[in-house]
Design a protein around this ligand. Structure first.
Ligand SMILES: Nc1ncnc2c1ncn2[C@@H]1O[C@H](COP(=O)(O)OP(=O)(O)O)[C@@H](O)[C@H]1O
Ligand SMILES: CC(C)(COP(=O)(O)O)[C@@H](O)C(=O)NCCC(=O)O
Length: 402
């Protein structure tokens, strides 16, 4: 059964490809899946000085007695409400059989899968009953942080700013990455101060997050799916419903407090004064105002926490963003406005997979070779032209013990 995947990478496995490790992030709204498929084995030339140029131009270091496995990380997601289709997909692709000795990975305990997110607890019995899988739970905040640190250090052009409708990729200086604020906008929002690998503190959060946009959006617009709601927000005009400063000041600015006439004074405020029913508003305008309100609110809370800890870099993750221009613009403007340009909002190409990737990194092979997984650059997309919502397949090398 193919399952109702919201987005999938075409699963092209040649006989030589072997699925080796699968990890899940089962959240309140979405299940995110990451798995590694070996494509060919490349013995490390032991005569070399422990480093060699690999075929992708990246540098891969070989362990003293390990083998370098080239392969790909695949990223998929499913709606949590359709978890049975996710289980059917795992079963149909036999993604849960891993750790085969000939794959070069340590023959690990069969049918144990690393999983994070609340669903790793809520659905543990279902995985056992349906697939005979035990979920090895990885703490959610730890997974988010290790996933973000990994991507920011290993994937070229992972992070970008979004200014005036343009994405500008940021080359991260590994020596100047920390500290930063990680804002993960999922069903709810977590804000985590990150000071290094394994050094972090969840400093704030808000229940007004992605689930709020989706839940209120469904109630107010009768949309049939999140993508419908997102499409509506593309087409809408928030000024129909939001009360602007100019609506209050007769078209004038209120510059004494830095507000232009077009600034939003009160989200959904116009609906108070106009004697109109919900049905008399375009759902597109409602969706736009809702997206603006929630994004602006998160941007402001993120800025206040960055100010509290003197943080200049704020990375936004989570599937709420979806590479959506209006969402990123609203968050970027909010952070820039409130910080007076001091703080910078940045976004991540693999925004929704931080937790799943962090859980993937928790497999023993990574613990033995902390820097064993090196992402050698994306094969499917040129980051400068790729579609941001395409989480893409990442070509990478994994070092494994004999
Ligand atoms: N295809 C989709 N289906 C449902 N929600 C989506 C989709 N794409 C983006 N979203 C947004 O992403 C949010 C979930 O983000 P995610 O990072 O997966 O959080 P969680 O771990 O809580 O599921 C949803 O609440 C919604 O706002
Ligand atoms: C509880 C959660 C960490 C779960 O993560 P999620 O599934 O939403 O990605 C998140 O929903 C959250 O931080 N909510 C906000 C709680 C608060 O008000 O801080």
């Amino acid at each position: 059964m193919e399952g109702d995947r919201i987005e999938e990478v075409t699963l092209v496995h040649s006989p030589v490809d072997e699925i080796s490790h699968l990890a899940l992030d089962i959240g309140g709204s979405l299940i995110k899946m990451v798995y590694f498929s070996t494509s060919r084995e490349q013995p490390i030339d032991k005569t070399q000085n422990n480093s060699s140029r690999d075929s992708h131009g990246g540098v891969s270091r070989g362990s003293k007695d390990g083998r370098l496995l080239n392969g790909r990380l695949y990223f998929l997601k499913f709606e949590t409400s359709k978890i049975n289709e996710c289980l059917d997909f795992i079963s149909s692709k036999q993604l849960h059989y891993r750790g085969h000795q000939h794959c070069g990975f340590p023959a690990s305990d069969k049918n144990i899968i690393k999983a994070t997110g609340g669903g790793a607890f809520k659905f543990a019995d279902l995985f056992k009953e349906k697939l005979g899988i035990s979920l090895d739970k990885v703490e959610e905040m730890s997974s988010l942080v290790s996933g973000a640190n990994f991507l920011l250090k290993a994937v070229p052009s992972e992070a970008f700013t979004y200014v005036n409708g343009q994405r500008n990729y940021v080359q991260i200086d590994h020596n100047d990455l920390y500290p930063y604020l990680l804002v993960n906008i999922g069903s709810g929002v977590s804000m985590i101060k990150v000071d290094g690998d394994g050094k972090y503190e969840r400093v704030s959060g808000t229940s007004v997050g992605g689930g709020t946009f989706w839940g209120l959006g469904k109630l107010l617009t009768k949309c049939k799916s999140f993508d419908d709601l997102l499409e509506m927000s593309h087409q809408g005009n928030n000024r129909v419903i939001d009360m602007l400063v100019g609506d209050i000041y007769g078209g004038m600015d209120y510059l004494k407090i830095g507000l232009s006439s077009t600034a939003i004074a009160s989200s959904f405020g116009k609906a108070v004064s106009e004697n109109r029913e919900l049905e008399e508003y375009r759902p597109e305008d409602v969706a736009r105002s809702l997206l603006r309100m929630i994004s602006n609110n998160i941007g402001q809370i993120a800025y206040l926490n960055a100010l509290r800890f003197g943080l200049k870099k704020i990375f936004f993750g989570g599937f709420f963003i979806r590479g959506h221009a209006y969402t990123m613009d609203t968050i970027s403007v909010a952070v820039d406005f409130w910080s007076k340009g001091e703080a910078k909002a940045m976004f991540l190409r693999h925004e929704g997979f931080l937790g799943a990737l962090g859980a993937f990194m928790n497999y023993q092979l990574v613990e033995e070779f902390p820097d064993s997984i090196r992402l050698m650059g994306e094969k499917t997309r040129d980051p400068l032209v790729g579609d941001l919502t395409d989480n893409g397949v990442i070509e990478c090398c994994v070092q494994a013990s004999n």
